[in-house]
Design a protein around this ligand. Structure first.
Ligand SMILES: CC(C)(COP(=O)(O)OP(=O)(O)OC[C@H]1O[C@@H](n2cnc3c(N)ncnc32)[C@H](O)[C@@H]1OP(=O)(O)O)[C@@H](O)C(=O)NCCC(=O)NCCS
Length: 184
C-alpha cells in the first residue's frame, strides 16, 4: 500500500432509487434506510483509502433536514476528510433528486469515523492523506476542530452527569412538558 493517497483516490458516490418498501407509515423514506446507505458508502470510501477492512466507530451530524420521498434518487457522496493513525473521518453529503422535475435537495451532511483493521482484527495504520486543494485542507482542519469540540463536550457532559443532583434540579421540570407521578 502507498504511504500517502489523495482524497480523490477514494472519493465514492452511491446512488440508489427509493423504492416503496423503504417507506414508513407516513410514506416517507425511513431514516434507518438512509443511515444504512451512509454506512455502506462510508465503508467503501474508507476501505479504498485504507486498503483494508474497516469498521464504523462513530457517527456525527445525522440531522435529516428534509424528508425523502419514494421514487427519488438518493446520491451519497463520500470522501476522506481526515486520517489519524488508524482512523479515518468520512464526510458524506446526501442529495435526493426528483427525476421528473430535475430538482435536487440536500438532506444531510454527516461524518462517519471508521477504523482500519488488519487480518487479526487489530487497528492498523492507514496511508496519509494528500491534500490537493483548499477544500481538502479545510475539511481536514474542520475534522480536527470537530474532534476537539466533541472531546470538550463529552467532558462537560460527564461533569454534568456526576454533579446532577435531583433535589436541586427538581424545579427545572416545572417548565418542561412532563409529569412526575411518583413521590419524591
Ligand atoms: C473502535 C475500536 C477499533 C477501537 O479499538 P481500540 O483497541 O480502543 O483502539 P485504539 O484506542 O487504538 O483506537 C483506534 C482508533 O480509533 C479511534 N477511536 C476510538 N474510539 C473512538 C471514538 N469513539 N470516536 C472516534 N474515534 C475513536 C482512536 O482515536 C484511534 O484513532 P487513531 O489511531 O487514528 O489515533 C474498537 O473499539 C472496535 O473494534 N469497536 C467496534 C467497531 C465495530 O464493530 N463497529 C461496527 C458497528 S457494530
Amino acid at each position: 500500500m502507498p504511504d500517502a493517497l489523495s482524497v480523490h483516490h477514494s472519493r465514492t458516490t452511491l446512488t440508489e432509487l427509493m423504492i416503496p418498501s423503504y417507506a414508513n407509515f407516513g410514506g416517507k423514506i425511513h431514516g434507518g434506510i438512509l443511515l444504512s446507505l451512509m454506512d455502506k458508502v462510508a465503508y467503501a470510501c474508507a476501505a479504498r483509502h485504507a486498503g483494508t477492512y474497516c469498521v464504523t466507530v462513530s457517527v456525527e451530524g445525522v440531522d435529516f433536514l428534509a424528508p425523502v420521498e419514494v421514487g427519488e434518487l438518493v446520491s451519497l457522496h463520500a470522501s476522506v476528510n481526515y486520517v489519524g493513525r488508524t482512523s479515518l473521518v468520512i464526510g458524506i453529503r446526501v442529495v435526493a433528486e426528483n427525476v421528473k422535475t430535475g430538482q435536487s435537495k440536500h438532506t444531510n451532511t454527516s461524518y462517519f469515523t471508521m477504523v482500519a483493521k488488519d487480518d487479526a482484527g487489530q487497528p492498523t495504520s492507514v496511508p496519509e492523506l494528500i491534500l490537493e486543494n483548499r477544500d481538502d485542507a479545510r475539511r481536514f482542519l474542520e475534522a480536527i476542530k470537530r474532534r476537539e469540540l466533541k472531546a470538550a463536550y463529552q467532558q462537560e457532559l460527564s461533569n454534568a452527569k456526576t454533579s446532577m443532583e435531583l433535589a436541586s434540579n427538581w424545579s427545572l421540570l416545572d417548565a418542561e412538558r412532563c409529569r412526575a407521578v411518583f413521590a419524591f
